[in-house]
Design a protein. Structure first.
Ligand SMILES: [Zn+2]
Length: 470
């Protein structure tokens, strides 16, 4: 059971190796299409990217390939590859083909839409997030068929690749609703999360949710001279500072009412896994904007704080005069932008309600308070690690990477909870990128040998899943 591609116990690896050049050529073609979904000028490219994927799927022998492009959502791609056995499990692979903008483009050493291979790294916008990982799954299905010599996969594989993830998936609920029958599945495989580290591959089991809002305190109709009225009227900036100071207690816990009531703590096994992962605090701080020390809720490790604990963060504070010199005023208003990362089973709407209450409790007499939500937020999601599909993914990744694999999570947010809510089935994660792939930043890259291992893991998963789920 080693890295020998001739090893008959690993026909999947041999198949991936044989298909690798083709895979890379295809991925480079796809990456050269600038499918920047957040920029209307690039919407024709998003459509072109969807057509490219649909054509590639048809060439690969997928049946029922469709581009959903009747709006208002940017074009999404759906395809199905049925198992020979009509009773086989149905798996829906989710990913996205839209990409982030490239600014500042002058900071790229390799032009963002001229995919460049340097050693093992393929540079280009979307290489890691998320075209590389979608392509990895196409390769996984091909390798599964080649390795088993079958004409149909052991599970029915459906593919759903949306074009609006980087815009916050504004029409995902609607797409899931409109295409409920097409998308029906027993399991969702989510492709948009990284491994923990190159030498510590992991299986992600959840993502945090998010809720954000701006709080504005307003006093008078205009700024007023601090010598004339200072000391005699409430100061909105002081009130914002007090509100922010009251947000956490001395142990780093968030003081919104019932904030922790719905929090599901990770299992002992999960905590043991997180503790066993290599963690270099200096390196982590360097990658975290060059922070000088870790901080957060008492009683939890740094990984736990960013993966399985909820937070309140001040994203920005504004109020009064901040230009050069001194301007002696009591400002008319002041504001703060707050965001909360949420963990299962917290709900954005309950946090929104608790925030409104907290703000009301911290509004001094004489000030008017406004809470302006930034959208509805995104609910968190975590899969039950005892679900057989999670075990199957973990075993598949262990086989492909030739080493023990632990569980991880990611601190960011994504549409896993929406998929789970709409389809009513568990979401498992199978990705093979790295946290330092510079997604959303200049010189995004993907490590090609990891994508190939990821494709091999997918091929193992499709072969083993029917038995694991039976
Ligand atoms: Zn993504």
């Amino acid at each position: 059971m080693s890295g020998d591609p001739e090893n008959p116990e690993h026909p999947e690896r041999a198949a991936v190796t044989a298909l690798a050049d083709d895979f890379l050529a295809g991925l480079r073609e796809w990456l050269s299409i600038p499918s920047i979904g957040t920029d209307p000028a690039h919407h024709p490219d998003v459509a072109r990217s969807a057509r490219w994927l649909a054509d590639a799927l048809r060439r690969d022998g997928w049946s029922d390939v469709r581009v959903w492009d009747t709006g208002p959502a940017l074009p999404a791609v759906y395809a199905c590859r049925p198992a020979a056995d009509p009773d086989a499990p149905v798996v829906l692979v989710y990913g996205h083909h839209d990409v982030q903008p490239v600014d500042p483009v002058e900071a790229w050493a390799h032009p963002p839409f001229e995919p460049t291979l340097v050693g093992e790294e393929l540079f280009g916008r979307g290489a890691s997030d998320d075209k590389g990982q979608v392509a990895m799954h196409l390769l996984g299905v091909k390798a599964h068929l080649a390795a088993t010599g079958a004409t149909h996969p052991a599970v029915t594989v459906k593919l759903f690749v949306e074009g609006e993830e980087e815009s916050g998936s504004p029409h995902l609920t609607r797409l899931l609703d409109e295409h409920r029958d097409d998308l029906a599945a027993d399991l969702v495989v989510f492709t948009d999360t990284p491994l923990y580290a190159r030498d510590a591959p992991t299986v992600c089991t959840g993502q945090r949710g998010v809720y954000g809002a701006e709080v504005v305190f307003t006093g008078g109709a205009s700024d007023v001279h601090s010598g004339r009225a200072g000391g005699g009227v409430p100061n909105p900036a002081t009130a914002i500072a007090r509100l922010v100071a009251a947000l956490h207690d001395d142990r780093g816990r968030v003081r919104l009412r019932d904030f922790y009531t719905d929090v599901v703590e990770p299992t002992e096994a999960e905590r043991a896994d997180y503790a066993a992962l290599p963690f270099d605090e200096g390196g982590w701080l360097a990658d975290s904007g060059g922070a000088r020390a870790t901080a957060g809720e008492e009683g939890w490790s740094t990984l736990e704080r960013v993966w399985v604990r909820p937070t309140a963060e001040v994203n920005g504070i504004h109020g009064g005069y901040t230009g050069p010199g001194l301007k002696t005023i009591v400002p008319a208003s002041a504001s703060v932008k707050l965001s909360f990362r949420l963990v299962p089973d917290q709900r954005p709407e309950r946090v929104a309600e608790a925030l409104r209450e907290f703000v009301a409790d911290h509004t001094p007499p004489g000030l008017r308070a406004e809470v302006i939500p930034c959208g509805d937020g995104a609910p968190p999601y975590a899969v039950d690690v005892a679900h057989p599909a999670v075990g199957a993914v973990r075993d598949a990744v262990e086989t492909a990477f030739d080493r023990p694999v632990r569980f991880s999570r990611t601190g960011g947010s994504g549409p896993a909870a929406l998929l789970h809510g709409a389809l009513g089935v568990p979401v498992v994660y199978l990705g093979a990128t790295l946290p330092d792939d510079r997604i959303h930043a200049p010189d995004e890259r993907v490590v090609v040998p990891l994508l190939l291992r990821g494709a091999e893991a997918a091929a193992h998963l499709w072969r083993t899943l029917p038995e694991r789920l039976s």
